[in-house]
Design a protein around this ligand. Sequence first.
Ligand SMILES: Cc1cc2cn([C@H]3C[C@H](O)[C@@H](CO)O3)c(=O)nc2[nH]1
Length: 224
Amino acid sequence: FLKEGRTRPYTVIVEGNIGSGKTTFLNYFNRNKDVCVLAEPVEMWRDCDGYNLLGAMYEDPKRWSFTFQSYVQLTMLQQHTKETDLPIKLMERSIYSARYCFVEQLKRDKVLSGPSESVINAWFNWVTSNKNLDVDLVVYLRTTPEVVYERMMKRNRAEEKSVPLEYLKSLHKIHEDWLYYKTLHHCPAPVIILNANLDRSNIANEYEKCESHIFNKEVVTARA
Ligand SMILES: Cc1cc2cn([C@H]3C[C@H](O)[C@@H](CO)O3)c(=O)nc2[nH]1
């Protein structure tokens, strides 16, 4: 159960480009009974009352990215505020990367209009100042665009089939500015940077690097 005095679980957000290995990272920690793992609700984005908002956004970003990013922001808010008795919550991405990475990207691509961006911003500012969406740690799965592009193509997700390398390069730069150089937007918590270019077979010791941070003693109640 939650350590006495803690009103919320120790919250970790896993950030990184498309194909940076976030699901693999979450699965590694999924086996731990102290961790509430919340994967990105992609299936909700693919089926919102029967509408595939993810597909729509990639097919016609000018028409659908506001709709899509509004729904992403709602689903992320639901994840941030989801109750758990477990001492640790591990989230795939966050309301922060929604606003600071993906909405930023759409703005730079001039795909999101000024009014659309302002409305998303107004929601973001309101929810982040009226709800406790604090996080305790960011795990940044740092990659190179070429590596994640190859993985994305191999994974072969239908909606991503025409995502160009350029898009991943631009998203990469935004992640670097946000989490590595820290020159873009507010960083919501201390950042652990992992070399996520490593492939599955030898990335385990990268994960071990952050185990001690995540499972530090004052967070997880002493085992009975
Ligand atoms: C928070 C957040 C996640 C997220 C994912 N995506 C896209 C990138 C991938 O193609 C897919 C699954 O991460 O959704 C997006 O466009 N905007 C997002 N915002």
